[in-house]
Design a protein. Structure first.
Length: 457
Protein backbone atom coordinates (compact mmCIF):
# COMPACT_ATOMS: atom_id res chain seq x y z
CA UNK A 1 0.00 0.00 0.00
CA UNK A 2 2.81 2.42 0.84
CA UNK A 3 4.36 1.89 -2.57
CA UNK A 4 1.03 2.58 -4.28
CA UNK A 5 0.56 5.81 -2.29
CA UNK A 6 4.14 6.87 -3.00
CA UNK A 7 3.66 6.26 -6.72
CA UNK A 8 0.42 8.29 -6.71
CA UNK A 9 2.10 11.19 -4.89
CA UNK A 10 5.05 11.09 -7.26
CA UNK A 11 2.73 11.10 -10.28
CA UNK A 12 0.81 14.07 -8.88
CA UNK A 13 4.06 15.96 -8.30
CA UNK A 14 5.25 15.28 -11.83
CA UNK A 15 1.98 16.50 -13.32
CA UNK A 16 1.61 19.62 -11.20
CA UNK A 17 5.27 20.53 -11.67
CA UNK A 18 6.15 24.13 -11.00
CA UNK A 19 3.15 25.70 -12.70
CA UNK A 20 2.77 29.46 -12.44
CA UNK A 21 0.10 31.82 -13.72
CA UNK A 22 0.60 35.44 -14.72
CA UNK A 23 -2.29 37.79 -15.42
CA UNK A 24 -2.26 39.80 -18.65
CA UNK A 25 -4.66 42.37 -20.00
CA UNK A 26 -6.29 40.07 -22.54
CA UNK A 27 -5.30 36.57 -21.46
CA UNK A 28 -3.93 34.56 -18.59
CA UNK A 29 -0.64 32.73 -19.04
CA UNK A 30 0.29 29.42 -17.43
CA UNK A 31 3.76 27.92 -17.53
CA UNK A 32 5.21 24.87 -15.89
CA UNK A 33 6.54 21.38 -16.43
CA UNK A 34 4.84 17.99 -16.60
CA UNK A 35 7.23 15.09 -16.03
CA UNK A 36 10.10 17.17 -17.39
CA UNK A 37 8.24 18.60 -20.39
CA UNK A 38 7.84 22.38 -20.23
CA UNK A 39 4.54 23.82 -21.41
CA UNK A 40 2.88 27.13 -22.19
CA UNK A 41 -0.85 27.86 -21.98
CA UNK A 42 -2.69 31.10 -22.75
CA UNK A 43 -6.39 31.53 -21.97
CA UNK A 44 -8.16 34.70 -23.17
CA UNK A 45 -10.17 36.71 -20.69
CA UNK A 46 -13.15 36.18 -23.00
CA UNK A 47 -12.49 32.56 -23.75
CA UNK A 48 -14.88 31.00 -26.26
CA UNK A 49 -14.45 27.58 -24.67
CA UNK A 50 -12.36 26.04 -27.47
CA UNK A 51 -8.70 25.01 -27.19
CA UNK A 52 -6.05 24.85 -29.92
CA UNK A 53 -3.25 22.42 -29.03
CA UNK A 54 -0.10 23.22 -31.03
CA UNK A 55 2.55 20.58 -31.81
CA UNK A 56 5.92 22.05 -32.80
CA UNK A 57 8.24 20.72 -35.46
CA UNK A 58 11.53 18.87 -35.28
CA UNK A 59 14.27 20.66 -33.35
CA UNK A 60 17.81 19.49 -34.23
CA UNK A 61 20.01 18.33 -31.38
CA UNK A 62 21.51 21.32 -29.59
CA UNK A 63 18.97 23.77 -31.04
CA UNK A 64 17.28 26.19 -28.64
CA UNK A 65 14.19 27.91 -30.09
CA UNK A 66 14.15 30.31 -27.14
CA UNK A 67 10.40 30.14 -26.50
CA UNK A 68 7.52 27.76 -26.71
CA UNK A 69 5.50 28.60 -29.79
CA UNK A 70 1.71 28.33 -29.86
CA UNK A 71 1.43 28.50 -33.67
CA UNK A 72 3.69 28.42 -36.72
CA UNK A 73 3.75 32.22 -36.89
CA UNK A 74 3.32 34.68 -33.99
CA UNK A 75 0.68 36.66 -35.91
CA UNK A 76 -1.41 33.49 -36.14
CA UNK A 77 -1.04 33.00 -32.40
CA UNK A 78 -2.19 36.59 -31.79
CA UNK A 79 -5.22 36.19 -34.07
CA UNK A 80 -6.34 33.01 -32.31
CA UNK A 81 -6.18 34.72 -28.92
CA UNK A 82 -8.11 37.72 -30.25
CA UNK A 83 -10.82 35.37 -31.50
CA UNK A 84 -11.15 33.86 -28.04
CA UNK A 85 -9.34 30.56 -28.48
CA UNK A 86 -7.24 29.18 -25.64
CA UNK A 87 -3.81 27.98 -26.77
CA UNK A 88 -1.57 25.28 -25.34
CA UNK A 89 1.70 23.60 -26.32
CA UNK A 90 4.13 21.19 -24.74
CA UNK A 91 7.81 21.62 -25.53
CA UNK A 92 8.15 17.79 -25.30
CA UNK A 93 10.49 16.20 -22.82
CA UNK A 94 14.02 16.80 -24.10
CA UNK A 95 12.48 19.11 -26.75
CA UNK A 96 14.86 18.03 -29.57
CA UNK A 97 15.04 15.03 -31.86
CA UNK A 98 12.53 12.51 -33.22
CA UNK A 99 9.93 12.82 -30.46
CA UNK A 100 7.40 10.64 -32.29
CA UNK A 101 6.50 8.67 -29.18
CA UNK A 102 7.33 11.28 -26.54
CA UNK A 103 5.67 14.30 -28.17
CA UNK A 104 2.09 12.94 -28.34
CA UNK A 105 2.46 11.55 -24.83
CA UNK A 106 3.44 14.99 -23.49
CA UNK A 107 0.62 16.67 -25.44
CA UNK A 108 -1.90 14.26 -23.95
CA UNK A 109 -0.54 14.98 -20.47
CA UNK A 110 -0.96 18.70 -21.11
CA UNK A 111 -4.59 18.16 -22.12
CA UNK A 112 -5.11 16.30 -18.84
CA UNK A 113 -3.51 19.21 -16.95
CA UNK A 114 -5.65 21.76 -18.78
CA UNK A 115 -8.87 19.96 -17.93
CA UNK A 116 -7.95 19.75 -14.25
CA UNK A 117 -6.45 23.21 -13.77
CA UNK A 118 -8.33 25.44 -16.21
CA UNK A 119 -11.50 23.74 -17.42
CA UNK A 120 -12.49 21.03 -19.83
CA UNK A 121 -12.64 22.73 -23.24
CA UNK A 122 -15.80 22.43 -25.30
CA UNK A 123 -13.70 21.36 -28.27
CA UNK A 124 -10.02 20.85 -28.95
CA UNK A 125 -8.32 21.33 -32.32
CA UNK A 126 -4.91 19.79 -33.01
CA UNK A 127 -2.67 22.24 -34.87
CA UNK A 128 0.86 21.36 -35.91
CA UNK A 129 3.62 22.31 -38.32
CA UNK A 130 6.32 20.14 -39.88
CA UNK A 131 6.86 17.11 -37.60
CA UNK A 132 4.09 18.54 -35.46
CA UNK A 133 1.76 18.45 -38.45
CA UNK A 134 2.29 14.71 -38.66
CA UNK A 135 1.97 14.25 -34.89
CA UNK A 136 -1.31 16.20 -34.85
CA UNK A 137 -2.84 13.65 -37.22
CA UNK A 138 -1.54 10.82 -35.04
CA UNK A 139 -2.93 12.47 -31.89
CA UNK A 140 -6.44 12.62 -33.31
CA UNK A 141 -6.24 9.02 -34.50
CA UNK A 142 -5.17 7.70 -31.13
CA UNK A 143 -7.57 9.84 -29.05
CA UNK A 144 -10.50 10.63 -31.37
CA UNK A 145 -12.83 11.67 -28.55
CA UNK A 146 -10.46 14.42 -27.46
CA UNK A 147 -10.23 16.26 -30.79
CA UNK A 148 -12.77 18.01 -32.99
CA UNK A 149 -10.42 18.59 -35.93
CA UNK A 150 -6.83 18.74 -37.20
CA UNK A 151 -4.91 21.45 -39.07
CA UNK A 152 -1.69 19.89 -40.37
CA UNK A 153 0.76 22.41 -41.86
CA UNK A 154 3.75 21.34 -44.00
CA UNK A 155 3.69 17.90 -42.43
CA UNK A 156 5.92 15.02 -43.53
CA UNK A 157 2.86 12.92 -42.72
CA UNK A 158 4.63 9.62 -43.40
CA UNK A 159 7.61 10.25 -41.12
CA UNK A 160 9.04 6.82 -41.83
CA UNK A 161 9.10 7.66 -45.54
CA UNK A 162 10.98 10.88 -44.74
CA UNK A 163 13.81 8.96 -43.06
CA UNK A 164 14.03 6.49 -45.94
CA UNK A 165 14.27 9.51 -48.24
CA UNK A 166 17.10 10.91 -46.13
CA UNK A 167 18.87 7.57 -46.50
CA UNK A 168 18.36 7.54 -50.29
CA UNK A 169 19.93 10.97 -50.77
CA UNK A 170 22.86 10.23 -48.46
CA UNK A 171 23.37 6.82 -50.09
CA UNK A 172 23.65 8.48 -53.51
CA UNK A 173 26.00 11.18 -52.20
CA UNK A 174 28.33 8.58 -50.71
CA UNK A 175 28.18 6.21 -53.68
CA UNK A 176 28.63 8.79 -56.44
CA UNK A 177 30.66 11.56 -54.78
CA UNK A 178 32.65 9.95 -51.96
CA UNK A 179 32.86 6.19 -52.54
CA UNK A 180 36.22 5.87 -50.77
CA UNK A 181 35.21 7.86 -47.67
CA UNK A 182 34.17 6.33 -44.36
CA UNK A 183 30.68 7.85 -44.30
CA UNK A 184 28.35 5.99 -41.94
CA UNK A 185 24.77 6.17 -43.21
CA UNK A 186 23.15 4.20 -40.37
CA UNK A 187 24.31 2.78 -37.03
CA UNK A 188 26.57 5.82 -36.84
CA UNK A 189 29.47 5.73 -34.39
CA UNK A 190 31.22 8.94 -35.49
CA UNK A 191 28.54 11.45 -36.55
CA UNK A 192 30.93 14.40 -36.68
CA UNK A 193 33.19 12.69 -39.20
CA UNK A 194 30.32 11.50 -41.38
CA UNK A 195 28.69 14.93 -41.40
CA UNK A 196 31.95 16.64 -42.34
CA UNK A 197 32.63 14.15 -45.14
CA UNK A 198 29.12 14.54 -46.57
CA UNK A 199 29.40 18.32 -46.51
CA UNK A 200 32.84 18.24 -48.11
CA UNK A 201 31.48 16.05 -50.92
CA UNK A 202 28.64 18.50 -51.57
CA UNK A 203 30.94 21.52 -51.52
CA UNK A 204 33.40 19.93 -53.92
CA UNK A 205 30.65 18.69 -56.26
CA UNK A 206 29.33 22.21 -56.76
CA UNK A 207 32.61 23.23 -58.41
CA UNK A 208 32.28 21.05 -61.53
CA UNK A 209 29.52 20.21 -64.04
CA UNK A 210 30.04 16.50 -63.30
CA UNK A 211 29.67 17.03 -59.58
CA UNK A 212 26.57 19.19 -60.01
CA UNK A 213 24.95 16.51 -62.17
CA UNK A 214 25.48 13.89 -59.48
CA UNK A 215 24.22 16.29 -56.82
CA UNK A 216 21.05 16.77 -58.86
CA UNK A 217 20.59 13.00 -59.07
CA UNK A 218 21.06 12.54 -55.34
CA UNK A 219 18.60 15.34 -54.60
CA UNK A 220 16.04 14.04 -57.06
CA UNK A 221 15.96 10.68 -55.28
CA UNK A 222 14.58 12.56 -52.28
CA UNK A 223 12.49 14.91 -54.44
CA UNK A 224 14.47 17.87 -53.10
CA UNK A 225 13.29 20.84 -55.19
CA UNK A 226 15.71 23.08 -57.08
CA UNK A 227 13.88 26.11 -55.72
CA UNK A 228 14.16 27.56 -52.23
CA UNK A 229 14.07 31.38 -52.50
CA UNK A 230 10.59 32.45 -51.37
CA UNK A 231 10.73 35.95 -52.90
CA UNK A 232 11.93 34.86 -56.36
CA UNK A 233 10.55 32.52 -59.03
CA UNK A 234 12.32 29.27 -59.82
CA UNK A 235 15.48 30.00 -61.80
CA UNK A 236 15.71 28.79 -65.39
CA UNK A 237 19.45 28.23 -64.96
CA UNK A 238 20.33 24.57 -64.31
CA UNK A 239 23.43 25.33 -62.23
CA UNK A 240 21.48 27.77 -60.05
CA UNK A 241 18.72 25.25 -59.48
CA UNK A 242 21.29 22.68 -58.37
CA UNK A 243 22.90 25.23 -56.04
CA UNK A 244 19.53 25.82 -54.39
CA UNK A 245 18.96 22.08 -54.24
CA UNK A 246 22.41 21.58 -52.71
CA UNK A 247 21.68 24.25 -50.09
CA UNK A 248 18.66 22.24 -48.97
CA UNK A 249 20.56 18.95 -49.01
CA UNK A 250 23.21 20.48 -46.73
CA UNK A 251 20.59 22.00 -44.46
CA UNK A 252 18.34 18.97 -44.22
CA UNK A 253 20.28 15.80 -45.03
CA UNK A 254 23.51 16.79 -43.30
CA UNK A 255 22.80 19.38 -40.60
CA UNK A 256 19.23 18.65 -39.52
CA UNK A 257 18.48 15.00 -40.26
CA UNK A 258 22.03 13.87 -40.89
CA UNK A 259 24.37 11.64 -38.87
CA UNK A 260 23.72 13.27 -35.48
CA UNK A 261 19.96 13.01 -35.96
CA UNK A 262 20.36 9.40 -37.06
CA UNK A 263 22.02 8.58 -33.71
CA UNK A 264 19.07 10.11 -31.86
CA UNK A 265 16.52 8.28 -34.02
CA UNK A 266 18.18 4.91 -33.56
CA UNK A 267 18.41 5.38 -29.80
CA UNK A 268 14.67 6.03 -29.66
CA UNK A 269 13.73 3.25 -32.09
CA UNK A 270 16.08 0.66 -30.60
CA UNK A 271 18.03 0.25 -33.84
CA UNK A 272 18.05 1.36 -37.45
CA UNK A 273 14.52 1.67 -38.89
CA UNK A 274 15.54 2.69 -42.44
CA UNK A 275 16.36 0.59 -45.49
CA UNK A 276 16.97 0.70 -49.21
CA UNK A 277 17.03 -3.04 -49.92
CA UNK A 278 15.11 -3.77 -53.10
CA UNK A 279 14.91 -0.12 -54.17
CA UNK A 280 15.32 0.50 -57.91
CA UNK A 281 16.82 3.99 -58.16
CA UNK A 282 16.18 4.25 -61.90
CA UNK A 283 12.50 3.76 -61.12
CA UNK A 284 12.73 6.23 -58.24
CA UNK A 285 14.19 8.85 -60.56
CA UNK A 286 11.32 8.34 -62.99
CA UNK A 287 8.91 9.15 -60.13
CA UNK A 288 10.73 12.31 -59.06
CA UNK A 289 9.51 15.81 -59.82
CA UNK A 290 13.17 16.79 -60.35
CA UNK A 291 13.89 14.20 -63.07
CA UNK A 292 14.14 16.79 -65.87
CA UNK A 293 16.68 18.80 -63.88
CA UNK A 294 18.79 15.66 -63.59
CA UNK A 295 18.61 14.92 -67.30
CA UNK A 296 19.52 18.50 -68.21
CA UNK A 297 22.45 18.47 -65.77
CA UNK A 298 23.82 15.20 -67.18
CA UNK A 299 23.47 16.48 -70.75
CA UNK A 300 25.29 19.70 -69.81
CA UNK A 301 28.11 17.68 -68.21
CA UNK A 302 28.31 15.21 -71.10
CA UNK A 303 27.86 12.31 -68.69
CA UNK A 304 26.12 8.94 -68.89
CA UNK A 305 23.17 8.96 -66.45
CA UNK A 306 22.63 5.23 -66.93
CA UNK A 307 26.17 4.52 -65.75
CA UNK A 308 25.59 6.31 -62.47
CA UNK A 309 22.23 4.60 -61.99
CA UNK A 310 24.03 1.31 -62.55
CA UNK A 311 26.59 2.28 -59.90
CA UNK A 312 23.76 2.92 -57.45
CA UNK A 313 22.18 -0.43 -58.34
CA UNK A 314 25.45 -2.25 -57.68
CA UNK A 315 26.28 -0.57 -54.36
CA UNK A 316 25.77 -2.59 -51.13
CA UNK A 317 22.38 -1.88 -49.59
CA UNK A 318 21.21 -1.00 -46.08
CA UNK A 319 18.81 -3.19 -44.16
CA UNK A 320 16.56 -2.16 -41.28
CA UNK A 321 16.41 -3.69 -37.82
CA UNK A 322 12.94 -5.29 -37.59
CA UNK A 323 12.17 -4.04 -34.08
CA UNK A 324 13.14 -0.47 -35.02
CA UNK A 325 11.06 -0.63 -38.20
CA UNK A 326 8.12 -1.77 -36.10
CA UNK A 327 8.63 1.19 -33.74
CA UNK A 328 8.43 3.56 -36.70
CA UNK A 329 5.28 1.87 -37.97
CA UNK A 330 3.60 2.36 -34.60
CA UNK A 331 4.65 5.92 -33.85
CA UNK A 332 5.51 7.56 -37.20
CA UNK A 333 3.00 6.29 -39.75
CA UNK A 334 -0.69 7.30 -39.48
CA UNK A 335 -3.53 4.85 -39.94
CA UNK A 336 -5.44 7.47 -41.98
CA UNK A 337 -8.74 6.73 -40.23
CA UNK A 338 -9.75 10.45 -40.13
CA UNK A 339 -11.96 10.22 -37.03
CA UNK A 340 -12.21 14.04 -37.19
CA UNK A 341 -11.97 16.58 -40.05
CA UNK A 342 -8.40 17.12 -41.28
CA UNK A 343 -7.23 20.12 -43.30
CA UNK A 344 -3.66 20.19 -44.63
CA UNK A 345 -1.54 22.97 -46.15
CA UNK A 346 1.70 22.45 -48.07
CA UNK A 347 3.90 24.51 -50.36
CA UNK A 348 4.27 23.13 -53.87
CA UNK A 349 8.10 23.10 -53.58
CA UNK A 350 8.83 21.86 -50.07
CA UNK A 351 11.79 19.70 -49.07
CA UNK A 352 9.25 17.75 -46.97
CA UNK A 353 7.58 16.27 -50.02
CA UNK A 354 4.08 17.57 -50.85
CA UNK A 355 3.64 14.00 -52.06
CA UNK A 356 2.85 13.25 -48.42
CA UNK A 357 -0.58 14.78 -49.04
CA UNK A 358 -1.16 12.62 -52.10
CA UNK A 359 -0.14 9.51 -50.17
CA UNK A 360 -2.29 10.42 -47.17
CA UNK A 361 -5.35 11.02 -49.36
CA UNK A 362 -4.88 7.57 -50.89
CA UNK A 363 -4.69 6.03 -47.42
CA UNK A 364 -7.80 7.89 -46.30
CA UNK A 365 -9.72 6.52 -49.27
CA UNK A 366 -8.80 3.02 -48.05
CA UNK A 367 -9.13 3.40 -44.30
CA UNK A 368 -10.96 6.62 -43.44
CA UNK A 369 -13.68 9.06 -44.48
CA UNK A 370 -12.61 11.06 -47.57
CA UNK A 371 -15.19 13.76 -46.91
CA UNK A 372 -13.37 14.58 -43.67
CA UNK A 373 -10.18 15.45 -45.55
CA UNK A 374 -9.33 18.54 -47.57
CA UNK A 375 -5.86 19.52 -48.83
CA UNK A 376 -4.59 22.95 -49.80
CA UNK A 377 -1.41 24.17 -51.50
CA UNK A 378 0.51 27.43 -51.76
CA UNK A 379 2.52 28.26 -54.90
CA UNK A 380 5.79 28.85 -53.10
CA UNK A 381 9.03 27.07 -52.13
CA UNK A 382 10.32 26.48 -48.64
CA UNK A 383 9.42 24.34 -45.67
CA UNK A 384 6.52 25.83 -43.67
CA UNK A 385 6.93 29.16 -45.48
CA UNK A 386 3.35 30.32 -45.05
CA UNK A 387 1.99 33.74 -44.20
CA UNK A 388 -0.16 34.16 -41.13
CA UNK A 389 -2.99 35.24 -43.45
CA UNK A 390 -2.82 31.86 -45.18
CA UNK A 391 -2.65 29.99 -41.87
CA UNK A 392 -5.62 31.93 -40.47
CA UNK A 393 -7.73 31.24 -43.57
CA UNK A 394 -6.96 27.53 -43.16
CA UNK A 395 -7.98 27.63 -39.50
CA UNK A 396 -11.16 29.56 -40.30
CA UNK A 397 -12.09 26.90 -42.84
CA UNK A 398 -11.50 24.11 -40.34
CA UNK A 399 -13.51 25.88 -37.62
CA UNK A 400 -16.31 26.37 -40.15
CA UNK A 401 -16.26 22.65 -40.99
CA UNK A 402 -16.41 21.74 -37.29
CA UNK A 403 -19.27 24.18 -36.62
CA UNK A 404 -21.47 23.34 -39.62
CA UNK A 405 -20.48 19.82 -40.60
CA UNK A 406 -19.76 21.06 -44.15
CA UNK A 407 -16.59 22.31 -45.78
CA UNK A 408 -16.71 25.96 -46.92
CA UNK A 409 -15.57 27.10 -50.37
CA UNK A 410 -11.91 26.08 -50.67
CA UNK A 411 -11.12 27.07 -54.23
CA UNK A 412 -7.86 29.09 -54.51
CA UNK A 413 -9.59 32.25 -55.75
CA UNK A 414 -11.89 32.36 -52.75
CA UNK A 415 -9.08 31.56 -50.29
CA UNK A 416 -6.72 34.18 -51.74
CA UNK A 417 -9.46 36.80 -51.53
CA UNK A 418 -10.08 35.90 -47.88
CA UNK A 419 -6.35 36.05 -47.08
CA UNK A 420 -6.02 39.34 -48.93
CA UNK A 421 -8.30 41.07 -46.41
CA UNK A 422 -5.57 40.99 -43.76
CA UNK A 423 -3.03 43.77 -43.31
CA UNK A 424 0.58 43.80 -44.47
CA UNK A 425 1.86 42.32 -41.19
CA UNK A 426 0.00 39.13 -42.06
CA UNK A 427 1.64 38.76 -45.48
CA UNK A 428 5.19 37.72 -44.57
CA UNK A 429 6.81 34.32 -45.00
CA UNK A 430 10.14 32.92 -43.89
CA UNK A 431 12.61 32.61 -46.75
CA UNK A 432 14.48 29.38 -45.98
CA UNK A 433 17.43 30.52 -48.12
CA UNK A 434 18.16 33.51 -45.87
CA UNK A 435 16.13 32.75 -42.72
CA UNK A 436 14.46 36.16 -42.88
CA UNK A 437 10.89 37.25 -43.43
CA UNK A 438 9.95 38.50 -46.89
CA UNK A 439 6.65 39.91 -48.22
CA UNK A 440 4.40 37.38 -49.93
CA UNK A 441 1.01 37.68 -51.59
CA UNK A 442 -1.58 34.98 -50.85
CA UNK A 443 -0.48 31.91 -52.79
CA UNK A 444 -3.28 29.34 -52.73
CA UNK A 445 -3.22 27.34 -55.96
CA UNK A 446 -4.63 24.17 -57.50
CA UNK A 447 -1.91 21.54 -57.46
CA UNK A 448 -1.41 17.81 -57.84
CA UNK A 449 1.83 16.70 -56.18
CA UNK A 450 4.13 14.00 -57.49
CA UNK A 451 3.87 10.61 -55.79
CA UNK A 452 5.61 10.20 -52.46
CA UNK A 453 9.04 8.72 -53.20
CA UNK A 454 9.24 6.09 -50.45
CA UNK A 455 5.72 5.46 -49.07
CA UNK A 456 5.50 3.17 -46.05
CA UNK A 457 2.57 1.34 -47.62
Amino acid sequence: MKSVIATALLTAALISGSATAAAAEDYRTYTGSIDGAAYLVKVPTRWNGDLVLYSHGYFPLGYDPGRIALANRPETEGWLLEQGYALAASDYKGRTGAAYEQGPRDQQALLDWFGKNVRQPKRTVALGSSMGGALSIMLAEKSPRRFAGVASLCGPIDLNSAWNGILDVSFALKTLLAPDKNIELVRVTNPQQSAELLQAAITQALTTPEGRARLALAGALGNVPGWVTADKPRSADVAEQIRQQAFQISLIHVNTFGPFARVDLEQRAGGNPSWNTGIDYARQLARSGERELVREAYRAAGMDLHADLAALAAAPRVGADPAAADWMSRFAVPSATTPTPVLTLHNVADSAEPGNERWYAQQVRRSGEPNRLRQLYADRPGHCSFSSAEEIVVLEALFDRIDTGRWPHLDPRHLNAAAGKFGADHHKVTDVATFRDVPAAPGFVRFTPDPLMRPSR
